[in-house]
Design a protein around this ligand. Structure first.
Ligand SMILES: NC(=O)c1ccc[n+]([C@@H]2O[C@H](COP(=O)([O-])OP(=O)(O)OC[C@H]3O[C@@H](n4cnc5c(N)ncnc54)[C@H](O)[C@@H]3O)[C@@H](O)[C@H]2O)c1
Ligand SMILES: O=C(O)C[C@H](O)C(=O)O
Length: 288
């Protein structure tokens, strides 16, 4: 019996609720949103599917969920250049939503941007074990990296560490082929822009992130164990603390456990240092 709470049932929250229900990986949905007509519409629309699943819109029930997805708050639009630019708009949303998570003992999947910042915020403010507060984005960034490599004739599993944002760090040194710094920068710039084309074309990303969030839920349910990258509060790993950042983790029903530090070459180390310094500077603005 797995209950999934979704805090913020807009584009990505709604897609995750629908996908999790359709795929039969959860047994109960708890939906919440500040905009009541949308909340009612999402609950009704789900009720009209052929999926028989209990749906609650009682916010008091969020704290009893096994898994909660935090997807409330504003998304980017073409005039909002970076995910970090959403900090001021979405911090009050996180501050409001944390009230529903007091005494929550499940696994929290943080989706809203800037995701690394809110992952750190919830983990510290709620005093959660860091394994249970997982920032989502690394799987998506890693897949986008694979797609960029495939376009260059390289078919390999690939990973991205660092910020889910401008300071993402694709790991080139783990590939079977040398990629020169100039081509690395070209790919990095492609990755930085990869979601904006979707946002401009259809208003926001949904299928890509939702499919990986579903995978993450399966891992948290113990249906499969996988090594992915996800944001976790750091305690000195890679030389950083007082922030959360994308790192390699193994995910199971025990949550996301760091699996040690993957070796980095000089280019990757330099970019990861920039990511860490940037995220620390934003996290310093939080009242935690
Ligand atoms: N980490 C990722 O890979 C990833 C992927 C997609 C979207 N996102 C982020 O997820 C967030 C949501 O994106 P979206 O496209 O679903 O946006 P959206 O506008 O479609 O949905 C956001 C929902 O949050 C609700 N909301 C706002 N304030 C709230 C509050 N105080 N309490 C409860 N609900 C509240 C809104 O009413 C809305 O329904 C954005 O910050 C976006 O950047 C992250
Ligand atoms: O790019 C965004 O603003 C949305 C999300 O973080 C994504 O990567 O799809």
């Amino acid at each position: 019996m797995t209950s999934l709470a979704v805090l913020g049932v807009g584009r990505i929250g709604g897609e995750c609720a629908f996908a999790a229900a359709t795929l039969g990986i959860i047994d109960e949905l708890i939906l919440a949103d500040i905009y009541k007509p949308l909340l009612r519409a999402q609950a009704l629309d789900l009720l009209h599917t052929n999926i028989e699943i209990p749906i609650s819109t009682e916010t008091a029930r969020i704290r009893d969920a096994d898994i909660c997805i935090f997807a409330a708050g504003s998304p980017r639009n073409p005039s909002i250049k970076t995910r970090a630019d959403l900090f001021d708009a979405n911090l009050p949303v996180a501050q409001e939503c944390i009230q529903h998570l007091k005494s929550f003992e499940g696994k929290l999947i943080v989706v809203s941007n800037p995701m690394d910042i809110f992952c750190y915020y919830f983990q510290k403010k709620l005093g959660m074990p860091r394994e249970d507060c997982i920032g989502f984005g690394g799987q998506l960034d890693s897949r986008r990296f694979e797609v960029a490599l495939e376009g260059r004739g390289i078919e390999e599993a690939a990973y991205v560490l660092g910020e889910h944002g401008e300071h993402q760090v694709p790991l080139f040194s783990h590939l079977g082929r040398d990629i020169l710094p100039s081509e690395r920068e070209e790919i990095l710039s492609e990755l930085r822009g990869s979601s904006m084309e979707i946002i401009s074309g259809k208003g926001g990303t949904a299928f890509g992130p939702a499919s990986h969030i579903i995978d993450l839920i399966r891992m948290l349910k113990g249906e499969k164990r996988e090594t992915i990258t996800a944001s976790l509060s750091l305690d000195g790993e890679y030389g950083f603390q007082n922030c959360a950042m994308g790192v390699p983790v193994s995910v199971s029903s025990d949550g996301a456990k760091m699996i040690g530090e993957w070796p980095l070459d000089a280019w990757e180390r330099e970019h990861l240092d920039e990511a860490g310094a940037f995220l620390q500077s934003l996290c310093r603005r939080l009242d935690v």
